[in-house]
Design a protein around this ligand. Structure first.
Ligand code: CAA
Length: 282
């Protein structure tokens, strides 16, 4: 059992991972270099916890204790005495590599250093450290406090001990870990991406309206969101990076990002987070 973990990156995913850990009684050191980004993360977690309290899912005292378990910091070197780290910064190999090089030097006792990446090889990230045996992927799903799955990504040099530690931590956070090798898409995105991109192509070809495509899958297959709604929810920029990594690795047309998606990204329509995607959220 871990008592305290580090989370690097306080965006949507990092905040969700920190919240899930704190909900499970685990202490969190949450790092982000900018104060305003940390303040936004604090607000995001406060809103989520307030919603749980207002729905009668959490007491006021538990909400206060949860928030007290999260310690915000702007210094990566001073992450504290954490037993493991999950990194969830931007999908940039260079930026992730530098974070892992710093963590490797600053945290000699951490049992594992994990990345939440969905598109960068773990082997590449591990190559920035002197101890690649403790580097692995812990791929969470959005929204993290709700989604039960974590993919545990075992890279070329990952030691079995690190895998077991990370699996145990995922369970401690109330998640269901599944084990996958280090190749593009892991398990879920390898299956999810062809489906989502088929939805985008169907819309792009003018075969059906976005509403009918989404209603079709919600009412006909019991999905909580239709494919275009889910693309907007995940973020088109994130999806593009995952498509690209899959296409680069396997060269199969079903993974190639459709031209419309690229144009939408260039136009700044990244989905919910920018206010516009397949739908308008403004
Ligand atoms: N943070 C915390 N909790 C949240 C939340 C958030 N951002 N969004 C919703 N919730 C909670 C609500 O508080 C509520 O909790 P209770 O049941 O305990 O009251 C519960 O989730 C349901 O929320 P709502 O009633 O508001 O809304 P909903 O029923 O429409 O569900 C949803 C919202 C959970 C997002 C649902 O639509 C859903 O499951 N969508 C699909 C999400 C999905 O497929 N995610 C995976 C994306 S792929 C990925 O992430 C990996 C990758 O690499 C791309």
């Amino acid at each position: 059992m871990v008592e305290v973990i580090g989370v690097v990156g306080a965006g949507f995913m990092g905040s969700g991972i920190a919240e899930s850990a704190a909900r499970a009684g685990v202490g969190v050191h949450l790092y982000e270099p900018q104060d305003d980004a940390l303040a936004r993360s604090d607000q995001r977690i406060a809103d989520s916890v307030r919603r749980a309290v207002s729905r009668g899912k959490m007491s006021e005292d538990d909400a206060t204790a949860l928030r007290d378990r999260i310690h915000f910091t702007t210094s990566l070197e001073d992450l504290g005495p954490v037993q493991g780290v999950v990194e969830a910064i931007v999908e940039d190999p260079q930026a992730k590599g530098q974070v892992f090089a710093t963590l490797d030097a600053a945290l000699p006792d951490a049992r594992f250093l994990a990345s939440n990446t969905s598109s960068i090889p773990i082997a590449q990230i591990a190559s920035w450290t002197h101890r690649p045996e403790r580097v692995l992927g812990l791929h969470f799903f959005s929204p993290v406090p709700v989604m039960k799955l974590v993919e545990v990504v075992v890279a070329l040099d990952t030691a079995e001990q690190a895998v077991e530690e990370a699996m145990a931590v995922a369970q401690q956070l109330g998640k269901h870990p599944i084990r996958t090798k280090d190749r593009a898409g892991f398990i879920v995105n390898m299956l999810l991406i062809p489906y989502l991109m088929a939805g985008v192509r169907m819309f792009e070809e003018g075969f059906a309206s976005r509403e009918d495509i989404d209603e079709g899958m919600k009412l006909g297959a019991s999905h909580p969101m239709g494919p275009l709604e889910l693309c907007d929810f995940i973020g088109l920029d994130v999806l593009y990076a995952v498509c690209d990594s899959l296409y680069e690795e396997f060269k199969r047309p079903e993974y190639a990002p459709p031209p419309l998606m690229k144009r939408m990204i260039l136009a700044g329509k990244h989905g919910r987070k920018t206010g516009q995607g397949f739908y308008d959220y403004r």
